[in-house]
Design a protein around this ligand. Structure first.
Ligand code: LLP
Length: 423
């Protein structure tokens, strides 16, 4: 169920009118629904309850502290991929014993930062990374837990940029090499083999790829469990797909659970999951204001104040996001929804039927809660949008709109080249 619905022909986020939020906080504006986030978390926890997983929200999907906190209040752990995300997690009050740290390129600084915090485990992508973690742990006189990431070589049937579990991808170790890597790492003084990790891709809409991947890691888990007394976690990653298009069939948590839970029960390991998009994707919209309607000889362009720097998914993945008018209309026009950025790739919707609203009207880009703001940038020196979270009839500003000063924060002009400088 979606928390962004029309009431008397005006779009509301839970109990608050989107138009009133746009008037108060300006546009482009991200709006999230706290109750959608909670409901998604609870639906997944309920579906998976037989194996009581530690659900580690994947912070990269949406790293705002209020979003992180909403999931933590539900009991979630966190999946992080950088020192920056660890910093955000701790700032939001996260319990380090529920944090797992992924990524192919962890630096010494990031590893030491995480070891000092005593996180649950590192998901490790190569043998040299295991050695580095051991060295860092030795230096800090601690032991770090690690879970090698297996690349099960399955096709998740998703966009090629977000498919991660095929053999040509940079992620994880080939299944055949995993046992050997664990044997080697098991001899390192600073680490202990805590489990196995996999994450085969994102926006996966059928259960088969998950089933294939689990089938491929089964024997590895059995062998490692016998070999290492410390081996106790099976981290099955994220990837559950959501509905972006009207009529699209999302992957329901019950269906996902029906496939993975029987397998996981047999394994008898503690289960960790890392969902991102499933928890926040449909919990957010991006509201923008139409600046101009431009009629070229060949096509119509609706130019808004949101651009690819605010939401890059259409430009990067040709991703589809439904567009609705904030004040309902049944009139439609055909054309492109574009932003002000100097690139032809700057579009939010291409060759689509769009709500026919005039200049200064408001549009809402749906399903923008995941990989929306978190992938935004300052390209074309555009200040990043404000973010608001609605909870019932209350709305909270959870990130201020950036100012022009924010744009140049940290920039330094070399003294010798300052105009009018006497030096
Ligand atoms: N765990 C790991 C190790 C990951 O790399 C990711 C996502 C997740 C969990 C969460 O995956 P999810 O449940 O959200 O599918 N920017 C792209 C998505 C990139 C996903 C990267 N990794 C997009 O906008 O579609």
């Amino acid at each position: 169920m979606n928390e962004f619905r029309y009431r008397k022909n005006t779009l509301c986020a839970e109990g608050v009118s989107v138009g009133s939020l746009a008037a108060k906080y300006g546009t482009p504006l991200y709006i999230y629904s706290a109750n959608h986030l909670r409901r998604q978390y609870r639906a997944l926890a309920e579906a998976m309850k037989d194996v009581k997983p530690l659900i580690c929200y994947s912070v990269k999907a949406n790293s705002n502290a209020a979003v992180i906190r909403t999931f933590m209040d539900e009991g979630a752990g966190l999946d992080i991929v950088s020192g920056g995300e660890l910093f955000r997690a701790l700032r939001a009050g996260a319990d380090p014993s529920k944090i797992v740290f992924a990524g192919v390129g962890k630096t010494t600084e990031e590893i030491e930062y995480a070891i000092k915090q005593n996180i649950l485990f590192f998901t490790v992508e190569s043998e040299p990374e295991a050695s580095r973690i051991s060295a860092c742990a030795g230096k800090l006189k601690k032991k770090a837990r690690l879970a090698f990431r297996v690349n099960p070589d399955v096709d998740p049937r998703t966009h090629k940029y977000i498919s991660t579990g095929k053999k040509e991808n940079k992620f994880g170790l080939d299944a055949e090499r995993t046992i050997e890597a664990c044997e080697l790492a098991g001899k390192l003084p600073g680490v202990e083999i805590a489990g196995i990790h996999m994450h085969i891709g994102s926006q996966i809409l059928s259960v088969q790829p998950f089933a294939h991947a689990l089938e491929k890691v089964k024997d590895i888990c059995v062998q490692l469990k016998q070999r290492f007394p410390s081996f106790r976690y099976l981290d099955i990653g994220g990837g559950i797909g959501i509905k972006y298009r009207v009529g699209q069939q999302e992957l329901l948590p019950e269906l996902y659970a029906r496939t993975v839970v029987p397998f996981l029960r047999k394994m008898g390991l503690a289960v960790v999951m890392e969902p991102g998009r499933f928890l926040v994707g449909n919990g957010g919209i991006l509201v923008c204001r139409v600046q101009y309607i431009k009629n070229n000889a060949y096509k119509k362009f609706v130019v808004t104040d949101a651009a690819m720097n605010d939401l890059i998914r259409p430009s990067l993945y040709d991703a589809h996001h439904e567009i609705v008018a904030v004040e309902k209309t049944s009139d439609m026009i055909h054309g492109d929804l574009v932003g002000p950025i100097c690139e032809s790739g700057d579009f939010i919707a291409k060759d689509r039927n769009l709500p026919a609203i005039g200049q200064d009207g408001l549009l809402a880009v749906q399903s923008a809660g995941a990989y929306g703001f978190s992938m935004s940038s300052n390209y074309n020196s555009r200040t990043r949008a404000a973010e608001v979270m609605v909870d019932g009839s209350k709305a909270f500003l959870i990130r201020k709109r950036e100012t022009l000063d924010d744009l140049v924060k940290g920039e330094i002009l070399p003294v010798a080249r300052r105009r009018g400088s006497k030096k």
